[in-house]
Structure formats: structure tokens, C-alpha cells
Design a binder for this molecule. Structure first.
Ligand code: ARG
Length: 466
């Protein structure tokens, strides 16, 4: 079998690759997505080739026009890779040869390798992808803030170990889901500093003998600098793994609130109802209204973790420098990005249209003796040692359970019977609003603290959605 004329590497081979190898090797079905990024890389590389004296000013003009024309054809779908082409790079070289001729277009490969090309392309793709993800996270933060703003002052049961623990404001609970996403935005910001480097100039691994200036390529691509080590440049994918990790964390945080939404909209909880637009029915049970968005989000977060662990496993044990295994970086990264971009619009819609049942939340807030900590802390303020205060309050709870009473239903006589320290004044802390407002330390659930949180969050995530 003869080597295909579409190949970038036929010269030293007497025969072409087997069909089985071609099928395994081919990446156009996923790397074609990087075609316009590869063309940007080519424009930038041309600047370096021109500065190095390998392309004249006239040739540069012709080649730039060819790159622009090919970009147009790629974007409008009139230029596509052929079935026989191995990867995006081979297909685009053919496209440039078709437009500018092989004498001119044949110059472009000088001083670059697919190895430094792909390492750079994936970074500029991810930098754009990070912009898109950040916009979604900000929309989501806006949805959480709006719900929090609309429910200032509404109490709900706060839980630990999924058991009723202490009353909190619904806004406080909702905003507890905002801060992890703020940290994810910070993570992306920090990752950008590292991802913002060009691998061009590394060649296949050791650098190029042509004396091209890699900084020119980086500048043209809008990147901040050049990789410090050419072998690291082409063989590391930690930046891809880190990006996929941050996307996994974003998904995991969405999955955690999904779990809660699923509980909240159940009959037993009855905290909230889903909007028709953002819930689904059952094909057999006519009464059902299901939280499929939350479930799909929870499900897809497993897939995001899978993409990350798969990629880490690919990297583990790879010797320097480039190995073809590295081709396996792209599909998990694309999949994590696409999954989040699919999840977010539906998820944001679901969160912003949730209707909370305020009466039920307020009714449940003091249940499960959730004001017991307030009693213990009231005793401490009266001079009782906390260890004793904890014990006394525990006995009060036991008394209530035995007599089927809530804390605020115990009479003055019954209170002093449990302990001489339990004076009638303790009643003033047996109110949900008092309990909440008393938690006024930084980050606490009191309404003024929650409003401070909202102000801080709104600085990061102003109103964005109409
Ligand atoms: N498709 C390859 C990848 O994604 C591009 C680089 C191929 N290099 C090579 N020497 N075969 O990593």
C-alpha cells in the first residue's frame, strides 16, 4: 500500500500504513474542532518565519491571504478534512497548498512540529473555553444571589449529618453554594497564569536550529510568554489536567446542590416546587413531576470525574518527551467542557425558577430541638460552664421527648425542675428569629451578615440575566 499524498511524513516509507493503523491513528473526528486555532498558530508562525528571513514580505502577504481564505472555508464548512487525512494539521496543510501552491505553503512547516503546535493549540482553546465557563458560573451566581435576595429573612432548618441541627436563613444556605463557585473562578484565574504560554519554538522536543523567535509567536497569539523548557513544552499536559480538574470541581459543587434540590422538592421535605419548564413527567405515573435536571447534573458530575481520572492515568508513567498517548488528552477535556456547557443553562433555569414554600420552611426551622444550642449558650452567658450547660440542655431535650413537648412548650415549673439554672428568661432565646439574629459574627447566619455576603458576591457577580 502506497503512502497517501495527504500525509505529512511519507518520505522514508516504502509502503503506506495499514488501514487498521490509519483508523487507530486518526484524530480528525475530534481535533477538527481546533482547526481555526491551528490557523491562528500558522499566522503567528508566519510572523516568526518572516522575521527570520525564511519568508519574504511578498510571500507573507500571499500566505496571510491564504490563511484568511482557508479560515473562511473552515468556518463556513466548505473545507473539511479528507477521510485519508490523519489529523487537523495534515488537512490544513493541504488546504493552504490548494490556495497558495506547494512552493509557498510548503515553507510553513519549517521550525515547527505538530508536537509544539498541538501543545499550544489546546492551551488557546482552553483559554477561550475558560471564558465561556466563567460566564456560565457568573450567571449561576447571579441566579443564587437573586433567590437569596428574594428570601431575606426566611428561616429554614439547617442540618449536620442530614439531621436537623440549627435554624439558618434560606439565603445563607443558598449562598453557601455560591462561595465554592467563587473559588472555582479564582482557580481558573490562577490556572490562566500558567496556561498563558506558547509551546511554539519547542519543535518536536529540543527547539529549532532556524533561529526563529518564539516570543513573536506568543505575542501574536496573545499569550504572555514562552515555555521555559522545550521538552516540558511538548510533553506536559498538567495544564490540561488542571483545567479538567477545575471543571470537575465545578460539576461536583453543582452535584451537591442537585442532591439537595432533589430532596427539597420531594413530598416529605416539601421545601420547594420546580417550575414546569424545568421539570419532567413520568411516562406511566401521571402525577409525577421529576427533578431530572438535578439528577442529570449529579450523574454527569461522575462523568467529569471519569474524564479527569482517565487523563491522569494517561499521563502517569509517560517518559519524556512527546508520546502519542498525549493525543488522548483532547476528548476528555472537550467532553468535560461540553458537558458543563450543556448543564449550566438548564441548571441556572431550574435554580432561578424554584418556588420555595416559606411557611413550611419557617414551620420546620425550630423542629428537632434545633434551638438547644441557643439554650446551652444562654446558660453559658449566665455563668454556667459549657460542659454543664450542654448536660443540662441535653436533659431538657430528654424531658421534652419523654413528654412530647417542643422546647418552648415547657412550663416555668418544669424548666426549674430540670435545672435550677433554667430560669423563665431562657424563653427569649427559644425563638427562631432571635437564634438567627444572635449569630452575628463574621460569616454567621444573621440577616446583616447575610446581606454583607450578598454585597460581596454582587461585586463579583452583578445582575447579568434578563
Ligand atoms: N494528534 C497529535 C496529538 O493530538 C498531534 C501531534 C502528533 N505528533 C506526532 N508526532 N505524531 O497529540
Amino acid at each position: 500500500m502506497a503512502q497517501s499524498k495527504d500525509s505529512l511524513w511519507g518520505g522514508r516509507f516504502a509502503g503506506g500504513p495499514s488501514e487498521a493503523l490509519e483508523a487507530l491513528s486518526k484524530s480528525t473526528h475530534f481535533d477538527w474542532r481546533l482547526a481555526t486555532y491551528d490557523l491562528k498558530g500558522t499566522s503567528a508562525h508566519l510572523v516568526a518565519l518572516h522575521a527570520g528571513g525564511y519568508v519574504t514580505t511578498d510571500e507573507l502577504a500571499v500566505l496571510n491571504k491564504a490563511v484568511a481564505e482557508l479560515t473562511k472555508r473552515v468556518e463556513d464548512g466548505s473545507f473539511l478534512p479528507k477521510a485519508t487525512e490523519e489529523d487537523v494539521h495534515a488537512a490544513l496543510e493541504r488546504g493552504l497548498i490548494q490556495i497558495a501552491g506547494s512552493q509557498l505553503a510548503g515553507k510553513i512547516r519549517a521550525g515547527r512540529s505538530r508536537n509544539d503546535q498541538i501543545a499550544t493549540l489546546i492551551r488557546i482553546f482552553m483559554l477561550d473555553a475558560a471564558d465561556a465557563i466563567e460566564a456560565q458560573v457568573l450567571d449561576y451566581l447571579d441566579a443564587l444571589c437573586s433567590q437569596a435576595e428574594n428570601h431575606i429573612g426566611v428561616a429554614m432548618p439547617g442540618r449536620t449529618h442530614f439531621q436537623l441541627a440549627q435554624p439558618v436563613l434560606l439565603s445563607h444556605h443558598l449562598l453557601a453554594h455560591a462561595w465554592p463557585q467563587v473559588r472555582n473562578l479564582q482557580r481558573l484565574e490562577d490556572w490562566r497564569k500558567r496556561a498563558n504560554r506558547s509551546a511554539y519554538g519547542a519543535g518536536a522536543l529540543a527547539g529549532s536550529t532556524l533561529g526563529l523567535d518564539p516570543k513573536l509567536v506568543a505575542e501574536e497569539l496573545g499569550l504572555n510568554g514562552v515555555s521555559e523548557n522545550s521538552m516540558d513544552a511538548t510533553s506536559s499536559r498538567d495544564l490540561v489536567a488542571e483545567f479538567v480538574f477545575i471543571l470537575s470541581l465545578i460539576g461536583i459543587d453543582l452535584s451537591r446542590i442537585s442532591e439537595e434540590v432533589i430532596a427539597w422538592v420531594s413530598f416529605e421535605f416539601g421545601y420547594a416546587i420546580l417550575a414546569d419548564e424545568f421539570s419532567t413527567g413520568s411516562s406511566i405515573m401521571p402525577q409525577k413531576k421529576n427533578p431530572d435536571i438535578a439528577e442529570l447534573t449529579r450523574g454527569k458530575s461522575g462523568r467529569l470525574i471519569g474524564n479527569l481520572t482517565g487523563l491522569l492515568a494517561t499521563l502517569k508513567g509517560l517518559p519524556l518527551s512527546y508520546n502519542r498517548d498525549l493525543q488522548e488528552d483532547k476528548e476528555p477535556m472537550f467532553d468535560s467542557f461540553d458537558s458543563l456547557m450543556l448543564i449550566f443553562p438548564a441548571f441556572i433555569g431550574m435554580i432561578s425558577t424554584l418556588t420555595f414554600d416559606k411557611e413550611r420552611l419557617e414551620y420546620l426551622a425550630p423542629k428537632g430541638f434545633s434551638l438547644a444550642t441557643d439554650v446551652a449558650e444562654w446558660l453559658v452567658k449566665q455563668g454556667v460552664v459549657f460542659r454543664d450547660a450542654h448536660e443540662i440542655t441535653g436533659q431538657l431535650v430528654q424531658f421534652c421527648e419523654a413528654n412530647d413537648l417542643e422546647l418552648d412548650q415547657v412550663s416555668d415549673e418544669q424548666l426549674v425542675k430540670v435545672s435550677k439554672h433554667l430560669l423563665p428568661e431562657v424563653r427569649k432565646v427559644l425563638k427562631v428569629s432571635g437564634s438567627i439574629e444572635a449569630r452575628n459574627g463574621a460569616g454567621g447566619t444573621s440577616s446583616s451578615q447575610v446581606i454583607d455576603q450578598l454585597v460581596a458576591l454582587r461585586k463579583l457577580a452583578p445582575h447579568r440575566r434578563v
